[in-house]
Design a protein around this ligand. Sequence first.
Ligand SMILES: Nc1ncnc2c1ncn2[C@@H]1O[C@H](COP(=O)(O)OP(=O)(O)O)[C@@H](O)[C@H]1O
Ligand SMILES: [Mg+2]
Length: 268
Amino acid sequence: MTDPIPFTPLQPAQTPFTMLRCPNMYAIASGKGGVGKTWFSITLCHTLAKAGKRVLLFDGDLGLANVDIQLGLTPERDIAHVTEGQISLAEAVTRYEEGNFDILAGRSGSGNLATLPQQKLTDLRSALIELAKNYDYVFVDLGAGIDRAVRQMAGPAAATYVVLTDEPTSLTDAYAYIKLSRAANPSATLRVVVNMASTALEGEKTFATINKASEIFLQYQPELAGIVRRDTKVRDAIRAQTPLLVRSPLCEAASDVEIIAKKLLTST
Ligand SMILES: Nc1ncnc2c1ncn2[C@@H]1O[C@H](COP(=O)(O)OP(=O)(O)O)[C@@H](O)[C@H]1O
Ligand SMILES: [Mg+2]
């Protein structure tokens, strides 16, 4: 067995970024796109909001604006207004009334985290850490990619949920994300969410694969946050631009996310 991602850019930890900590911030990453990150972020936020928590979801996939599309919202203010200097981050918050949580929306075509000048990225992150004081939980849907800007945005998070599927490309990208995160910050906490698993057992096998590679090559074992089964209700809800917990609150995927949310609630 050889390391699937042998190249590691061994820059020292980027000090100003790794020193910042935000104990109620959680990032959602994956490397590969299309594995269910945005849907999972929304459903986790929704579940925690239903449990009475104050929750904010930041759409870090800035230029694809997926969060508001999946929720069927058309926010008047978004993160692009903030990076353009027109409004503050707090002013960009949109209430998702039905779900009882707040979002910070992206804007389609506005570029991504990696295209933001470094200072704007740093300012955005500092503003988010400040805003996090008003919430119990803040989640950052990082969008696809493993580049430094994406990882910098996740830097202050208490933990990062790495969403993956059993596809080799997803596993490789998720492993790369874990490897680069740990290289930049050796104390980073990574939690794996196996999504679109055909069964719980298959999901456990997928977790074992990434866990083993990580243990052998990184001497690190990520936690298993949970397994979410493949469920046609997820696709149906996204097509209808209606959150799963509104459309099919009792379906299998919803109950799988609920287990992950409960774990988080009992650990914090
Ligand atoms: N548990 C699941 N069961 C079935 N389909 C899923 C599940 N999770 C995600 N999907 C499908 O994957 C697609 C991509 O989801 P999305 O949240 O947009 O991914 P990402 O944000 O990682 O790009 C969705 O449109 C949905 O059809
Ligand atoms: Mg997405």
